[in-house]
Design a protein around this ligand. Structure first.
Ligand code: ATP
Length: 478
């Protein structure tokens, strides 16, 4: 793990953003709990996503489908047969890897050494292997030919590549047998597809329209060593947009643009975001691109935009025997709509925001760690800090707090030296701190400190809410 990544993991724990799940028992790998600040950040992100997807589009409705679904859902969607990752084991260290990721790592190393031609050749072999009928064998052959060594032990002592299904299964009801096996959903999308007619009819929608959902998904990932980047239980923010066949590329382009802008509007610098085209299109897709962020662990996917054709609705029609067609009154024709999907990881968005916000700065010979979150996303918006714990300052500070609580998440802190309190607020990303001093008690004015510039401005207390709203609306990434 890189230094920076480790610092972010450590700050997340120390300040109460993210904890290892079941830590007192030694932890459960690739599962995490969001602490008091993490949960606020998460709520702000989901609210912002919901506003932009559901409230800003008259033709998009929300849904909250169950995690457990009829098992045939996953047969129809292709997950039972094809939701596999190729795994390979290092016989010496007993460490397990994803074969495709080992090869990607090898390609990255070649590029870093300036061996671009060789990297291109292996990349093209990788694309062929992923599309081969026997992908496991083809990936194994590349690892052998390229003599790719184990990243941990440095050995070249591999097992065969085997396909591993990523779905968690369990049983419904009191009897455990093959007939009542069900799955924890590996994506939220299928809950949307099976409710296509329910939402269309009750929402009185006509194609094109969308269904949006935020919820948990579960994948028994082979390799999960990168904090909340790859978890076994995670959350997705997905929207399926149903369109007339033939118009999917137009919708694909429009959503691509909107979704990239959403990340930029969250305060992510455009230079840290890029598009990545899939090496292998999923069996159902006719176009797919990912939004990648430059994490300290490299460029990685945060969100996928996929044109899924009529595969899902068609498959559910076939397996359920229920019509999934739509009668288009304008065109006077019946068809199964095509689907453009936007699928963002909530946890990967949180990780993006943490990495993007994390800065270490030198200030007047001193150093500070600061999380420069967008003020609309910051877990705490305003810190309320009486200079000392006496002389009427706490009382005046509580008055200020009452005026702000209605609009913002505030945090009251009267303990310790004021400089230390500012540093603590910087470290959790609080964009504004209000200090209440002797003048505040006598004259009713307070100072507002800006996290990024560290400038302070004195204002009458009653002007503070309006001032903060202006500041938040005009905030720009630095
Ligand atoms: P990857 O290639 O990284 O495994 P994917 O292409 O399988 O991801 P999708 O199936 O497209 O991912 O899922 C949509 C989004 O869900 C991803 O962009 C990512 O943000 C999130 N996601 C998928 N798997 C995980 C995971 N194991 N942990 C956290 N988030 C995940």
């Amino acid at each position: 793990m890189s230094d920076l990544f480790e610092k972010i993991v450590s700050l997340s724990k120390r300040r109460g953003f993210i904890f290892q799940s079941s830590e007192i028992y030694g932890g459960l790998s690739a599962t995490y709990d969001y602490g008091p600040l993490g949960v606020e950040l998460k709520r702000n992100v989901t609210q912002r996503w919901w506003n932009s997807m559901v409230y800003r589009h008259d033709n998009v409705s929300g849904l909250d489908a169950a995690i457990l679904m009829h098992p045939t859902t996953w047969k129809a969607s292709g997950h039972v047969d094809a939701f596999n990752d190729p795994m390979i084991d290092d016989k010496t260290s007993k460490m397990r890897y994803r074969a495709d990721q080992l090869i990607e790592g090898h390609i990255d190393r070649l590029r870093r050494k300036g061996k671009d031609d060789e990297a291109e050749r292996v990349y093209s072999d990788l694309v062929d292997a992923l599309n081969a009928d026997d992908a496991a064998k083809a990936l194994y052959d590349i690892i052998m030919t390229e003599e790719i060594r184990s990243p941990d032990s440095g050995m070249f002592d591999w097992t065969e590549v085997r396909q591993f299904n990523l779905m968690f299964d369990t049983h419904i009801g009191p009897i455990t047998n093959a007939d009542n096996k069900i799955y924890l959903r590996p994506e939220t999308a299928q809950g949307i597809f099976v409710n296509f007619h329910n939402v269309r009819e009750t929402g009185r929608h006509q194609v094109p329209f969308g269904i949006a959902q935020i919820g948990k998904a579960f994948r028994n990932e082979i390799v999960a060593r990168q904090f909340i980047f790859r978890m076994r239980e995670f959350e997705q923010m997905e929207m399926q947009y149903f369109v007339k066949p033939g118009s999917q590329m137009e919708a694909f382009e429009a959503w691509r643009e909107e979704r990239m802008q959403w990340h930029i509007d969250n305060g992510v610098r455009p230079s840290k975001l890029r598009w990545h085209e899939h090496e292998k299109l999923a069996h159902y897709a006719d176009a797919a691109q990912d939004i990648q962020y430059e994490f300290p662990i490299g460029w990685q996917e945060v969100e996928g935009i996929h044109s899924r054709t009529d595969f899902d609705l068609g498959a559910h029609q076939e397996h359920s025997g229920k019509k999934m067609e739509y009668f288009d009154q304008l065109a006077n024709e019946k068809y199964i709509p095509y689907v453009v999907e936007t699928s963002a990881g909530l946890d990967r968005t949180i990780l993006t925001l943490l990495c993007e916000a994390y800065r270490e700065e030198e200030v007047g010979g001193d150093s500070r760690t600061v999380l420069k979150f967008h003020p609309k996303l910051a877990p705490v918006t305003v810190g309320i800090l009486p200079l000392v714990k006496k002389d009427g300052m706490p009382e005046q500070a509580h008055k200020m707090e009452d005026m702000l609580k209605e609009h913002f998440n505030t945090f009251y802190d009267e303990k310790g030296a004021i400089g230390r309190r500012y540093r603590r607020m910087d470290e959790i990303g609080t964009p504004y701190c209000i200090t209440i001093d002797g003048e505040s008690v006598e004259e009713g004015t307070v100072t507002v400190r800006d996290r990024d510039s560290m400038q302070q401005e004195r204002l009458p207390m009653e002007n503070v809410p309006g001032y903060l709203i202006d500041q938040i609306n005009n905030w720009e990434t630095s």
